[in-house]
Design a binder for this molecule. Structure first.
Ligand code: NAD
Length: 359
């Protein structure tokens, strides 16, 4: 059956890196029996320039009708002074909420070939393989009321609301336990239950859901300790699950353990395994258009798409193996280059992955 992929390159390096991921998908179509139809759409600043909206109706329709969405990145200097309602990031947030992508899966895997690229000692990070499951459509980023109000003495007061329903916690907990079942069957739930009632409920619901997964060893950790442990001894973790804001912060921290932001993919899933797949980095306007961006995070996002949304595990493994192969050939884009490696550009790296797939 033909699968439909909405391809949304976005802005900055998004355009260059997504082009490499498309090469990979085209190769899988031509040589390995993937039957995927790709259609491109506009999102972010480039969409605003053409349509006055960072998320045009046509793009939303395309994304809703697709089995999966491949996204590059949005944003850039050019659009920074726009009103917040039409900034490029609104396109991304709009896609997440319109598609109800409540579960964000972010692996932090250290390729042994890149152990020296981490700022942590190699013995602390080598072999690192963590999956962070972050709740993506609830919590303090969406809770009402929110805003900035003026008090009687004319002083301003900012406020946001941390809010979770049991059903929201339950569904992300199920995703996390299912994920743990496919990993080493250890799940650490991160909260601040000693201070925040909302995450006291989080802990209670996660405990309850754990009864459905007796094989998974569940532990709980306060977020401040989790941040410390991620840097002190990150290999103690297998799968972590947490709220929207805690996950935002902890997943960036975990990403940096691996040394390069250009290597890490992510998936944002709805309840039916439909997902949006994107590298964790942004549009890197400082290097856009120079053919130096690392496309491997986006190519690894394709592997996640094959695994989670297209039901093609064997092809996912093939893509991951091809990435491993190019690293073994010492091919490196500038962000992961050290002396003695072979420096390649964005497009040449994409070609090398395709060549490795075919070999
Ligand atoms: P960034 O991730 O774009 O860049 C941070 C640093 O990492 C830069 O020095 C950049 O050159 C480098 N970098 C990022 N990706 C790389 C790659 N694939 N290869 C090599 N180097 C890479 O973050 P930023 O600079 O804070 O933000 C730039 C723009 O991206 C902003 O407009 C921001 O809002 C947007 N942004 C978008 C997303 C997204 O679309 N998901 C995420 C984060 C930031």
């Amino acid at each position: 059956m033909t699968k439909k992929i909405a391809v949304l390159p976005g802005d900055g390096i998004g355009i260059e890196i997504v082009a490499q991921a498309v090469k990979v998908l085209e190769c899988l179509n031509a040589d390995f029996g993937l039957n995927a139809e790709m259609e491109q759409g506009l999102v972010g600043g480039s969409a605003y320039d053409e349509t006055s909206s960072p998320l045009p109706e046509a793009t939303l329709k395309l994304a809703k009708e697709a089995d999966a969405v491949l996204l590059g990145a949005v944003g850039g200097y050019k659009w920074e002074s726009l009103d917040i309602s039409v900034r490029p990031e609104k396109g991304l947030l709009g896609l997440r909420s319109e598609l109800e992508l409540f579960a964000n899966l972010r692996p932090a895997i250290l390729y042994p070939q890149l152990a020296h690229a981490s700022t942590l000692k190699p013995e602390v990070v080598s072999g690192l393989d963590i999956m962070i499951v972050r709740e993506l459509t609830g919590g303090i980023y969406f809770g009402q009321p929110r805003g900035v109000r003026e008090l009687e003495n004319s002083e301003k007061q900012g406020f946001n609301t941390l809010i979770y329903k049991e059903s929201e916690i339950e569904r992300i907990a199920h995703v996390a336990f299912e994920t743990a079942m496919k990993c080493d069957k250890r799940l650490c739930s991160v909260d601040k239950a000693n201070v925040l009632e909302c995450t006291e409920l989080w802990r209670e619901v996660v405990e309850r859901v754990s009864k459905d997964y007796p094989e998974v060893e569940l532990s709980h950790m306060y977020v401040d300790n989790a941040a410390m442990q991620l840097v002190r001894a990150p290999k103690q973790f297998d799968v972590m699950v947490t709220t929207n804001m805690f996950g935002d912060i902890l997943s960036d921290c975990a990403a940096m353990l691996t040394g390069s932001i250009g290597m890490l993919p992510s998936a944002s899933m709805d309840k039916n395994q439909k997902g949006m797949y994107e590298p964790i980095h942004g549009s890197a306007p400082d290097i856009a258009g120079q053919d130096i961006a690392n496309p491997l995070a986006t190519i690894l996002s394709v592997a996640m798409m094959l695994r989670y949304s297209l039901g093609a595990e064997a092809l996912a493994v093939k893509v991951e193996k091809a990435v491993d192969d190019v690293l073994n050939q010492n091919l490196r884009t500038e962000d992961i280059y050290t002396q003695g490696d072979i420096k390649v550009g964005t497009s040449a790296m994409g070609d090398a992955v395709v060549a490795a797939l075919k070999s």
